[in-house]
Design a protein around this ligand. Structure first.
Ligand code: NAD
Ligand code: TYD
Length: 344
């Protein structure tokens, strides 16, 4: 199989590329990635020299680049996106451009190239906050952040291409991922790497927001599974079946790392902060998918990975600029930790 992966230099995309190249010795991957602040060639340094992998540095909004990358491709797995909610609150323009316009360009080119499979990687955030119960695939889309709205718009475009143009597409909606190669602006890697340096973690609001956590290696296994066995036109939830309030998860990590409670510092809440996400994954399981990583083991593996890979994350944190947007909003209220060099 020849695959086009978009956003393969990012967190989940790079884990997916590594996984499929290892699991399928005859597969080849083209990775279309413009390399934003979140794209990092180091994420795939171990496969970069191989004949079965090629990175094309281009924008998914560029129809010529997309068409070129789709030549001879059997399937597309579309990860490329602006993915951080906090950034979308401060400036949503790039979210609309990449997540909506970019997805449309890919759908058009996939239709022209007559690819046999288009997997659109989406998020549980499109369902909005669920106070109780679990989101199912047919539930209404009620996105609350500009990030979630841009992903929901993309989901609807994918659906329309499937129905109108018979594009053989399917949509996956996963919960919060964690694991190796996650950019350290997201909650768990920020927490772990701050704790290594005895720096505080800014806990939004009362810390009772609930997220379901899926280990990235289970997520990419589920994507591989659905690429091969999923049904065209369907939506599949991919959760970790481990929902917890942020406070509880942070406490667990703090104890595992042996750090003082004073390092968890409450800060004003994120505007529009969804209270709870929770996914019903019955449809995926009914198809035969089984998770391979128990949550505690995955959390330990993740902490160990960041401990062993300082050379990967230190330069990203040192560059600092990636969190300037955040500091603008919260610096005044962060008090003595307002200085960017002390807040991370
Ligand atoms: P990420 O931010 O780590 O990586 C995104 C990648 O897309 C980067 O390599 C970036 O360079 C690339 N990219 C961005 N704009 C581009 C453009 N215009 N053209 C080409 N490449 C571009 O993201 P991630 O966390 O790996 O998420 C991957 C996908 O999974 C996204 O679609 C996201 O919405 C979805 N998702 C993520 C999570 C999560 O917890 N991280 C959960 C559910 C769904
Ligand atoms: P995040 O990793 O940004 O993912 P998402 O917003 O897409 O769920 O955040 C996970 C949870 O952690 C979310 O409820 C917001 C919270 N959070 C903090 O409390 N502090 C932080 O510094 C960050 C980045 C997130």
């Amino acid at each position: 199989m020849k695959l086009l992966v978009t956003g393969g230099l990012g967190f989940i995309g790079s884990n997916f590329v590594r996984h499929v190249l290892k699991s399928h010795p005859s597969w080849r991957v083209v990775n279309l990635d413009i390399r934003t602040y979140a794209g990092n060639p180091a994420n795939l340094a171990d496969v970069a020299g191989g004949l079965r992998y090629r990175w094309v540095r281009a924008d998914i909004r560029d129809p010529h680049a997309a068409a070129e990358c789709m030549r001879g491709v059997d399937a597309v797995v579309h990860f490329a996106a602006e993915s951080h909610v906090d950034r979308s609150i401060l400036d949503a323009a790039s979210f609309v451009q990449t997540n909506v316009v970019g997805t449309h360009v890919l759908l058009e080119e996939a239709r022209r190239a007559a690819v046999e499979r288009f997997v659109h990687v989406s998020t549980d955030e499109v369902y909005g906050s669920v106070e109780k119960g679990f989101s199912r695939e047919a539930d209404p889309l009620e996105p609350n952040s500009p990030y979630a709205a841009s992903k929901a718009a993309a989901d609807l475009l994918v659906r329309s291409y499937c129905v109108t143009h018979k594009l053989p597409a399917l949509i996956t909606r996963s919960s919060n991922n964690f694991g190796p190669y996650q950019f350290p602006e997201k909650a768990l890697p920020l927490l772990i790497t701050n704790f290594f340096d005895d720096q505080p973690f800014p806990l939004y609001g009362d810390g009772m927001n609930v997220r379901d956590w899926v280990y990235v290696l289970d997520h990419v296994r589920a994507l591989e599974f659905l690429l091969l066995k999923g049904r065209t036109g369907e939506v599949y939830n991919i959760g970790g079946m481990h929902a917890a309030p942020n406070k509880e998860l942070i406490e667990r990590v703090r104890k595992l790392m042996g750090k003082p409670a004073s390092l968890v510092q409450p800060v004003p809440d994120r505007p529009g902060h969804d209270r709870r996400y929770a996914l019903d994954c019955g449809k995926l399981k009914a198809l035969g998918f089984k998770h391979a990583y128990p949550f505690d083991e995955a959390l330990n593996l993740t902490i160990a990975w960041y401990r062993a890979n300082e050379a990967w994350w230190r330069p990203l944190k040192k560059a600092g600029g990636y969190r300037k947007y955040y500091d603008r909003q919260y610096a005044a209220r962060l008090g003595r930790h307002a200085d960017p060099s002390s807040a991370r």
